[in-house]
Design a protein around this ligand. Sequence first.
Ligand SMILES: O=C(O)CCC(=O)C(=O)O
Ligand SMILES: [Fe+2]
Length: 341
Amino acid sequence: MCSSTSNPLKIVDVTSVDEKTAEELLEAATSQGFLFIEGHDFSKEEVDMLFEVSKEFFALPDSYKEKYLIDSSNHGYTNYGGENLDPSSQKKGDPKEALNFCCLDFLSGLSSRPIPDWFNEDPARLKLVQSTIKKLYGLSIKILNILALGLKIEDTDECKGIDWFNSRYLASKESGSTFRFLHYPGQKSLNPEAVIRAGAHTDYGSMTLLFQQENQEGLEIYSPVSKKWEAVPFVPANSQKFPNSAPPIVVNIADQLSYWTAGLLKSTIHRVRFPAKFQETDQDRYSIVFFSHPNDESLLEPVPSELVRARKGRGANKESTLLTAKQHLDKRLAATYGWQY
Ligand SMILES: O=C(O)CCC(=O)C(=O)O
Ligand SMILES: [Fe+2]
């Protein structure tokens, strides 16, 4: 068992898009598949305010939140137990609630689907969500560009290697990208099922960015390196190097980057547990997550890179024909929510 002070993950400074950053990022992405990034442009104040918005939203009556229940585009509110991330080993849904913003336009930071009126009632609240969505999109593209550099993606007739990911991430085109507030209510008495707050799974997009708060830990990865469950700690900001910065953001590689790289980049299995130390304090966990997806029609084909050609497998993609990003997402969502497509 990991103590709360040990950190099995690298912390990579992404201030500069250069060879050194690319090497560090690629090393983390091909080993644990999870890392922290610092040198992002989120301030402490901004992220504190976002968590405040999340807390206030989830404190609204269930009858209000349930007016915006999740739809087949993966947009809306999921009530307690409404999502099962590990249907093969859990009978009940996860003990958590969530609010998804999908069908996102990254020029405006808005969803084309209706969002709870509560956000529209306060312009500052809405503005904060919009600017966060735009910034997370920009940050995910920056990370993809650094990975393109690390993978030495080759120029093709279609685009330059450095733009290979970029060209599949056009801001106004449809994608499965999702901005999500999550709330795991505290629990004093736990039955074995409630110990798992989010069942073991890999993420469906290309990569995920996650904010969490101190004393609300619980995220664990099934490490491809140690082949054991390892706890992801809360890491405070390095205030000397980055004054006023929010803490490092958790980044994980998800299925589509694994497909694109024939499994070189690791879409690592993870889950959220209820650490025993929080049982006494009845501690809730809030996390804020951005699932970054390419445009719907992007094919999950291998990227043109010697590092990828050198691999034999096809990553997590067991299909014999290439899937598009949307086909892959629809399949995964159908299993998670029991939807039919
Ligand atoms: O809340 C967390 O820490 C993890 C959430 C997660 O893994 C997910 O929603 O895919
Ligand atoms: Fe996840």
